[in-house]
Design a protein around this ligand. Structure first.
Ligand code: S6P
Ligand code: ZN
Length: 204
């Protein structure tokens, strides 16, 4: 891990993941329960198990003062009426923010907090989304052919709480209606705002 200041390009040509230290991949079979149309999810997972998204991380110490950063690449695709999207999570340390810079593509960052507020901010090339502390976040690629690529940075001690979203889902979903993305209430949402017990970081 580098001890001196450094810089790097986010190049969209060639092997643009190579300047990062770690690559995580999420295939449809590993995203059980996040889509409304579970039959389509199972069928697609059995028919080739598409790569839904990848995360390229710059490894830094997981401590306050550091910034964890990298690229999220969400591929285009749909499961039923829903677009390919990330699992979504709260930060384990709720008092930590995050910034996203959209490098390429179109989509949304769906967010909510434990007080029951929700927000949707648009991703398009050159646009920044600031996630205030205490807001869960999920990236959604609404493009038909293009990857949604975002650069993210967040405090080193944030940790990840996936369990709360796995248990309760988000309040809202973004689905395709008449060829356009629309925000709907999640019919599966169990009880809003309750927090499940979690480990420190369920990311890997
Ligand atoms: C981490 C940050 C991103 C996401 C990535 C994948 O705090 O928000 O690196 O991890 O976009 O999403 P998820 O919900 O699978 O971690
Ligand atoms: Zn995050």
């Amino acid at each position: 891990m580098r001890a001196r200041p450094f810089s790097f390009d986010i190049s969209l040509k060639g092997d643009w993941g190579s300047q990062f230290d770690r690559r995580l991949e999420r295939r449809l079979s590993g995203l059980t329960g996040i889509y409304l149309d579970s039959e389509s999810q199972t069928r697609l997972a059995l028919q080739g198990d598409p790569l839904v998204y990848e995360v390229f991380e710059m490894l830094r110490p997981t401590q306050a003062g550091e910034l964890l950063n990298g690229l999220s690449v969400i591929h285009p695709g749909k499961v039923g009426r829903e677009y390919f999207m990330t699992k979504g999570h709260y930060h384990e340390v709720r008092e930590t923010a995050e910034m996203y810079y959209c490098v390429q593509g179109t989509g949304y960052l769906l967010m909510e907090n434990e007080q029951g507020d929700w927000a949707v901010e648009e991703f398009r090339s050159g646009r920044v989304v600031y996630v205030t502390p205490g807001w869960a976040h999920r990236s959604i690629n609404t493009g038909t052919a293009e990857d949604l690529i975002t650069y993210f940075a967040y405090p080193g001690h944030s940790g990840h709480d996936y369990a709360t979203i796995e248990t309760h889902g988000f309040l809202k979903r973004v689905v395709e209606e008449d060829g356009r993305p629309v925000v709907i209430d999640d019919p599966l949402r169990s009880s809003a705002g309750r927090r499940a017990s979690t480990g420190k970081d369920g990311r890997a």
